[in-house]
Design a protein around this ligand. Structure first.
Ligand code: URA
Length: 456
C-alpha cells in the first residue's frame, strides 16, 4: 500500500475504500505508518470529509482494533453518556456515579483533554492514586460489582482511538464530523452497552460551531450506533459559555464533587439531570421523565451518589477522602482574584479563549507526550446576563507562577465581554435527537439579537 497515494487521493476529494481504511488503521497501529503520514491524512479528512461508507469502515476498523466488553447474560442495563467536548464540562464525573446510584450500570470509557477542551481522564487523575488504565477484566469486574468503572483507552481497549485522539489533539485535526463521530462511537460501541446517550455541544466553544453542524454530528453518531445495534439518543446542549464555574482539571473535579454533595451550580445540574433522565429512560428503570428526574435528585439528596463516587475512587486505587475533603486535590501555587474591568452586563464568556489559556498555562497538551499540570485554571463566578460593577471580583485565577497569572488575566480580559445590554445565551438543552427525528425542547433565540456594545 502506497500511503502517500492514498493521502493524495483524499486530499483531492476522492473517497478511499473500506479496505483501504482498515489497512490504514492496522498500519498505523503496527508502526508501519508513521505519525506524519497519518497526520496528513487526518488533515485531508478535515478539509474533504468522508463518505458514509468510509466513515462506517473507519469506525469499524477502530472498534475492531481492541477487545470489547461483554457482559454475557448479566441482566443489569448498561448505559453510558459521552460529550462531544466543551470547556468546564465535568458532567461525566457527576453523572456516572449518580446514574450508577440509581441502579443502572455505567461502563464509561473517556478521553483526555482534546484541543481547547478538557478530558474526563485528566480530571479523574487529579484524585491522588486514581488509576484510569484498567484492564478489560478489571473494568468488567468493577461494573458488575459496584455498577460503574471510569477508564480510558489502552492497548487492549480502543487502542486506535487512543493513538488517533492523542495525534489529533496536537495537529489541529479535531474539528471534523467524521473524525469526532468515529472516535466517540468506536470507544462507546466497545463498552457492551444497552443504550448510549450523547451530549452534543453547540455554540462557539464546541468543536463544531454552528447549530446545523452539531445536528449533523448528532445524526451521524446516532446512525453509527443504531446500525450497530446500540439504541442512541442525543441532546444538544449549550457551549457558548463554560459550563459551571470551574475550568481546569482539579478545579473541575472539586466542582463535580460539590455537585454530587448537592452543591452544584444550576447550569451544571440542569445539563446533568437532562442527560441522567435520558439514561434512566433508556435503561428502562423509569418510564417518565419526571419520575426519572426525582430519582436522580433523591440520589443526590440522600448522599447515595456521593457514596457511589467514593466506592468508584476506592476501587480504582484513589483516595476516597477527596469526596469529604477536596483539599487533598492538587492546589495551585499562585492564586489571584480577577476584578471586572468595567460596569455593565456580562454579554458573553468565550469558552475557547478560556480553554486555550488553560492549555497555555500547562493544563493541557501542546505535544503528544506533554504532562498536564492538574492545578491550573479558572473559577468564573459570573454568567452572561449578570450585572457587574467595575472593580467587583468576578473570577479567580489558579496558576503555577506570576507568568501564568498574567497570561490567565489577559485571557479573562479577552474572554469576558462586558457591555450595556444583555444578549440571549443558547438554551442549556435545546434539542433531543433520536433515530425517529428531532424534538425541539427550547428553541435558540436569534444569536446576535440585541448584542450590546462592548466596554473596554
Ligand atoms: N470526544 C471524543 O472522544 N472524541 C472526539 O473526537 C471529540 C470528543
Amino acid at each position: 500500500m502506497l500511503v502517500a497515494a492514498l493521502i493524495e487521493r483524499k486530499r483531492d476529494g476522492a473517497p478511499l475504500t473500506p479496505e483501504e481504511w482498515s489497512a490504514l488503521i492496522a498500519g498505523y497501529l503496527d508502526g508501519s505508518i508513521p505519525d506524519y503520514q497519518l497526520s496528513a491524512l487526518l488533515m485531508a479528512v478535515v478539509f474533504r470529509g468522508m463518505e458514509r461508507a468510509e466513515l462506517a469502515a473507519l469506525t469499524d476498523a477502530m472498534l475492531a482494533s481492541g477487545s470489547r466488553l461483554s457482559f454475557g447474560g448479566w441482566g443489569t442495563p448498561r448505559v453510558d453518556k459521552h460529550s462531544t467536548g466543551g470547556v468546564g464540562d465535568k458532567v461525566s464525573l457527576v453523572l456516572a456515579p449518580l446514574v450508577a446510584a440509581c441502579g443502572v450500570a455505567v461502563p464509561m470509557m473517556s478521553g483526555r483533554g482534546l484541543g481547547h477542551t478538557g478530558g474526563t481522564l485528566d480530571k479523574l487523575e487529579t484524585i491522588p492514586g486514581f488509576r484510569t488504565a484498567l484492564t478489560l477484566a478489571e473494568a468488567k469486574e468493577q461494573v458488575m460489582r459496584i455498577g460503574c468503572a471510569l477508564f480510558g483507552q489502552t492497548p487492549e481497549i480502543a487502542p486506535a482511538d487512543q493513538r488517533l485522539y492523542a495525534l489529533r489533539d496536537v495537529t489541529a485535526t479535531v474539528e471534523a464530523i467524521p473524525l469526532i463521530a468515529a472516535s466517540i462511537m468506536s470507544k462507546k460501541l466497545a463498552e457492551g452497552l444497552s443504550a448510549l446517550i450523547l451530549d452534543v455541544k453547540q455554540g462557539s466553544g464546541a468543536f463544531l460551531r454552528t447549530h446545523e453542524q452539531s445536528l449533523e454530528l448528532a445524526r451521524t453518531m446516532i446512525s453509527l450506533g443504531e446500525d450497530r445495534g446500540c439504541p442512541t439518543v442525543a441532546l444538544l446542549t449549550a457551549m457558548d459559555r463554560p459550563l459551571g464555574r470551574a475550568c481546569g482539571n482539579a478545579l473541575e473535579t472539586e466542582e463535580a464533587i460539590a455537585a454530587l454533595r448537592g452543591e452544584g451550580p444550576p447550569d451544571l445540574m440542569e445539563v446533568t439531570y437532562a442527560l441522567g433522565v435520558e439514561m434512566l429512560l433508556a435503561a428502562g428503570v423509569e418510564r417518565t421523565s419526571s419520575k426519572a428526574r426525582k430519582k436522580l435528585e433523591s440520589a443526590i439528596g440522600s448522599g447515595l451518589a456521593a457514596e457511589k463516587m467514593e466506592q468508584i475512587i476506592e476501587a480504582q486505587g484513589g483516595n476516597p477522602g477527596v469526596v469529604e475533603d477536596p483539599a487533598a486535590l492538587p492546589q495551585a501555587l499562585a492564586v489571584e482574584v480577577y476584578d471586572a474591568p468595567a460596569t455593565g452586563v456580562i454579554v458573553s464568556i468565550e469558552p475557547r479563549t478560556i480553554g486555550r489559556a488553560i492549555v497555555a498555562m500547562g493544563g493541557g497538551r501542546s505535544k503528544v507526550n506533554d504532562t498536564v499540570d492538574p492545578s491550573v485554571g479558572f473559577v468564573i463566578s459570573v454568567k452572561p446576563g449578570d450585572k457587574v460593577l467595575a472593580g467587583e471580583p468576578i473570577a479567580s485565577v489558579y496558576a503555577r507562577d506570576a507568568d501564568g497569572i498574567a497570561l490567565a488575566c489577559d485571557a479573562l480580559g479577552r474572554a469576558i465581554v462586558i457591555g450595556d445590554r444583555r444578549t440571549e445565551p443558547l438554551p442549556l438543552v435545546s434539542h433531543r435527537v433520536t433515530k425517529a427525528g428531532i424534538e425541539v425542547l427550547r428553541a435558540p433565540q436569534a444569536a446576535e439579537k440585541g448584542r450590546g456594545k462592548a466596554k473596554k
